[in-house]
Write a protein that binds this ligand. Structure first.
Ligand SMILES: *[C@@H]1O[C@H](CO)[C@@H](O)[C@H](O)[C@H]1NC(C)=O
Ligand SMILES: *[C@@H]1O[C@H](CO)[C@@H](O)[C@H](O)[C@H]1NC(C)=O
Ligand SMILES: *[C@@H]1O[C@H](CO)[C@@H](O)[C@H](O)[C@H]1NC(C)=O
Ligand SMILES: *[C@@H]1O[C@H](CO)[C@@H](O)[C@H](O)[C@H]1NC(C)=O
Ligand SMILES: *[C@@H]1O[C@H](CO)[C@@H](O)[C@H](O)[C@H]1NC(C)=O
Length: 435
């Protein structure tokens, strides 16, 4: 711990500027007034000092390009597309803590963003608390750059950004649109859906932000964007072109794939096509099947994406909170009624399979085209409070038994918007512009 330097620096700025403004008596009056206020609002002052104390300790996340050049890094690699600066060396943006930020978060209101699907509008579905919207992710040793929607749109001018994956990635896609929404005039945007593809257009920028439904990335029997509640899942782990033909020409790709692999059983891999007799099915351990699919994705990326012009991201596993015993809660509880994040920095629930995490690093480390990992697993593990729980549009009418026991139908997988997924996009923003 360092001495609280900011306290002395703020008093020195007081003494250097105030006396020049008037006679000594006025100065004393001001000082005594400040002391009086400080006494009245002791907590608030402590808070202000604490904040400035933090800012003297933590470095800015990013360096500007000029600072970067001035640092004279000889070994600087080729320019990374979209970069406007560089992330602080040695700062792991994914290692940190949640800070309650009443004024600074959320960055938009639920009712203000018309694109949030009713499965994620928790306030509209009666969620009584809104504290889950006010947490800001604070990396341990640097600040994240603040999200600037205008800047993002300008960088996306004439470009195509696409999220590819499952419903969790769809949530992140919607979060991104909501973060940008305010900066686009009313009649200058549109959203259209064509089967598996949803396209948001910012007309003045000739920019699109898109979502493509492919829960396994590779071909599967769960590929219908609307009717896909399939329990007997089958994938064609080496077939990707049916989907990937729609990704061609994207400038930024953001993949995810995890939840649908978690069947608790071996994966069924189809060697032939879904149109054939479907006889050639082999069973495989989940992580082996997952490895095949990620390798196929990397192969496609290497063949079709130009690292000098485009960027590729992969969002890691999104955790769920289905058993409160895991975080020391009641034996029969889940995320229902949870309103605060988990405080234990080492908390890791059973829903995030470490073997899958291992496959992600293993496969991407060998990729010839860089794939930036947005490692949201640990930081989302803490957020047992951020799920949609029972506050969402239900697919089917609830039975009287369910209604009598709300936690029985709580969704502890998906996340309310605004909320946690906005932070995922802030991290994506940081990595996109300050790699
Ligand atoms: C956001 O970015 C725009 C475009 O680069 C810039 O003009 C504006 O000053 C930025 N806003 C803030 C608050 O930094
Ligand atoms: C709009 O962007 C697309 C790429 O997404 C490009 O092909 C097209 O030429 C652009 N149109 C204009 C008018 O700039
Ligand atoms: C990327 O740019 C570098 C330097 O301009 C060039 O040598 C390299 O061949 C380019 N890579 C691709 C895949 O176009
Ligand atoms: C929900 O939480 C409140 C306050 O913590 C508690 O009084 C109530 O019993 C909880 N309800 C259930 C069903 O756990
Ligand atoms: C993501 O972060 C966790 C710890 O927070 C780490 O164990 C894991 O290896 C990271 N995964 C990747 C793919 O970088």
């Amino acid at each position: 711990m360092k001495s609280p330097a900011p306290a002395s620096s703020s008093s020195s700025s007081l003494s250097s500027s105030s006396p020049r403004k008037g006679p000594l008596s006025a100065y004393l009056l001001i000082v005594s007034f400040i002391l009086f206020v400080a006494f009245l609002y002791g907590e608030d002052f402590a808070c202000i000092f604490r904040r400035s104390f933090v800012s003297s300790e933590i470095h800015q996340y990013s360096l500007s390009r000029e600072e970067d050049m001035a640092a004279g890094d000889e070994k600087r690699e080729i320019e990374v597309p979209f970069a406007i600066g560089r992330g602080k060396r040695g700062c792991d943006a994914f290692d940190g803590e949640w800070i309650y930020d009443q004024e600074g978060r959320p960055q938009y209101e639920e009712e203000e963003c018309p694109y949030i699907q009713p499965q994620l509008t928790c306030q509209a579905h009666g969620r009584p608390d809104s504290t889950y919207q006010h947490w800001r992710w604070q990396p341990r040793s640097c600040y994240l750059p603040s999200f600037n929607a205008t800047l993002m749109l300008e960088k996306l001018r004439g470009k195509r950004m696409m999220y590819v994956g499952d419903s969790l990635n769809r949530g992140q896609f919607v979060s991104m649109i909501c973060l940008l929404h305010r900066a686009i005039p009313k009649n200058a945007k549109s959203m259209e859906t064509f089967d598996s593809l949803t396209i948001f257009t910012a007309k003045d920028y000739n920019a699109t932000i898109e979502f493509y439904w492919a829960p396994f990335l590779v071909e599967s029997n769960s590929d219908n964007a609307v009717i896909h509640r399939i329990s007997d899942r089958i994938v064609r782990a080496r077939s990707i072109n049916k989907h990937a033909q729609h990704w061609k020409g994207s400038d930024i790709l953001v993949f995810n794939s995890y939840l649908w692999w978690m069947t608790g059983q071996k994966m069924k891999i189809l060697r032939g096509s879904f149109d054939g007799d479907m006889k050639n099915i082999v069973e495989m351990e989940t992580e082996d099947a997952y490895r095949l699919a990620l390798k196929r994705m990397v192969k496609w990326v290497e063949k079709n994406m130009d690292p000098n012009r485009t960027r590729i991201f992969f969002t890691t596993m999104s955790p769920s909170h289905g058993r409160s015993m895991e975080w020391g809660g009641k034996p029969d509880g889940n995320c229902y009624n949870e309103t605060t994040p988990i405080k234990d920095p080492n908390y890791w629930g059973i829903s995030s399979d470490k073997r899958i995490m291992h496959v992600i690093s293993e496969v991407f480390d060998k990729s010839k085209v860089p794939i930036s990992v947005i490692n949201i697993t640990q930081l989302s593990e803490y957020r047992k409070d951020a799920h949609t729980s029972i506050y969402k549009k239900q697919w089917n009418p609830l039975t009287p038994e369910q209604l009598a026991n709300p936690k029985s139908y709580a969704d502890c997988v998906h996340w309310c918007l605004p909320g946690l997924q906005d932070s995922w996009n802030e991290l994506l923003y940081a990595k996109l512009f300050f790699p």
